[in-house]
Structure formats: structure tokens, C-alpha cells
Design a binder for this molecule. Structure first.
Ligand SMILES: [Zn+2]
Length: 121
């Protein structure tokens, strides 16, 4: 606890010390306000980046679901193999293209991939 000197008993040296402490406190307060402003700005930018990436992620997720909906497995009417509906051009019980076994290259490309050697973590 600080001992308070009655105002009338302050010496010029005490006043100088008080003014110096006041100026230091004011300088520190300005620095802290500027720092707070920088942090708030960074936080707002980080939030905007998270929102942007979340939108991109959801868009990519929806695109993957649309691709999966196109490339569905179906049993070939010719040989009983499981084939891809889209890659085989399957419709109304027949194929417009050579039967493509399921999972097709498109579906396999959507699966998690093993990292390539030397590709980093
Ligand atoms: Zn396919």
C-alpha cells in the first residue's frame, strides 16, 4: 500500500515525480490502446478468413456430394458386376459406354490419398 502525502505537503520534486508517473501511464495507455486495436483488427481478419474457408469447405463438400450422387454403383444387367452409373452411361437398364467397374476412377479420386513420399506432412 502506498503512503499518501497530503496535497498541501507535496514538494516540487514530488509533483515532478507525479507528473512523470502520469505521463508514463498515459504513454503506456496509448501503446496498449494501439496494441488492442492491432489485435482486434487481426482477430476480425482471422474471423473473416475462417468464415471464407468455412464457406469454401462447405461448397467443396457439396460438390463432392453431387459427384458421389452421379457416380453411384449399380449391378450390370449383362454380367452382374458392380459398375458406375455415370461412367458407364447407365440408364433404363442399359449402358451407353463400356461398363466401368465401381468404384470408378472418379470415386477413387475422392477417397483419402496416401501422402506421396517427400510431399511433407
Ligand atoms: Zn464413375
Amino acid at each position: 500500500m502506498t503512503t499518501r502525502i497530503p496535497f498541501g505537503n507535496l514538494t516540487p520534486a514530488d509533483l515532478d515525480q507525479l507528473y512523470e508517473a502520469f505521463e508514463t501511464a498515459r504513454y503506456d495507455a496509448e501503446r496498449l490502446r494501439a496494441r488492442e486495436h492491432r489485435f482486434r483488427t487481426r482477430a476480425l481478419k482471422a474471423e473473416a478468413a475462417v468464415d471464407h474457408l468455412t464457406d469454401k469447405y462447405r461448397g467443396a463438400e457439396a460438390a463432392v456430394e453431387r459427384v458421389r450422387a452421379l457416380h453411384q454403383p449399380v449391378t450390370s444387367p449383362y454380367d452382374g458386376r458392380t459398375i458406375c452409373t455415370d461412367c458407364s452411361g447407365y440408364g433404363t437398364g442399359s449402358c451407353d459406354a463400356p461398363p466401368q467397374p465401381y468404384p470408378c476412377p472418379t470415386i477413387r479420386a475422392l477417397e483419402p490419398q496416401e501422402p506421396r513420399p517427400g510431399a511433407g506432412a
